[in-house]
Design a protein around this ligand. Structure first.
Ligand SMILES: [Zn+2]
Ligand SMILES: [Zn+2]
Length: 157
């Protein structure tokens, strides 16, 4: 699935919160940590780190919830004040980055995951593709995931 042209927009379920990505993300991967399972109410979350400089909040009142992740890092979860959809996270230690939830994109079809993190706590029926970039817990660095994403899209315009 090739990358679309940018900017790309997205938003919450009720439509109040809107955002825009002016550049492609750094990567897309699945997170099977127990926090993501709780917060999504699903088997895993999907993380899409983007540079803060490539992200614009266009509209909608936000609410914030700060938590300590399984990794020990502090994360601020950003949600729509009206419908409660969690749209992106602000990693407190990395203000140059935002982690957007690709399911909130208007067109999420191109945001194909290249890896899996926290596979040790995946739901037992979830099959992990061994050809993807996988980590049993928090990866020491996201670079291998970013490299896999870059390799997947190498040669596109
Ligand atoms: Zn909303
Ligand atoms: Zn997670």
């Amino acid at each position: 699935m090739p990358l679309p042209s940018f900017p790309q927009q997205g938003g919450c379920q009720c439509g109040a919160v809107r955002y825009e990505l002016t550049e492609p993300p750094l990567g897309v991967y699945n997170c099977h940590c127990t926090d993501c399972q709780k917060m999504t109410g699903a088997a895993f979350g999907i993380s899409m780190p983007v540079k803060t400089s490539a992200f614009r909040h266009l509209a909608g009142e936000l609410t914030f919830y700060e938590k300590v992740a399984d990794s020990g890092r502090h994360v601020r979860l950003v949600a729509c004040a009206k419908c409660g959809t969690r749209v992106w996270n602000d990693p407190v230690a990395a203000p140059d980055m935002k982690v957007v939830r690709p399911g909130t994109l208007d067109d999420p079809s191109w945001a194909v995951p290249v890896g899996n993190v926290w596979t040790s706590s995946r739901m037992p029926w979830v099959e992990i593709d061994p050809d993807m970039v996988n980590f049993e817990a928090q990866p020491p660095s996201r670079e291998p995931l970013y490299e896999a994403w870059a390799a997947l899209h190498a040669g596109e315009k």
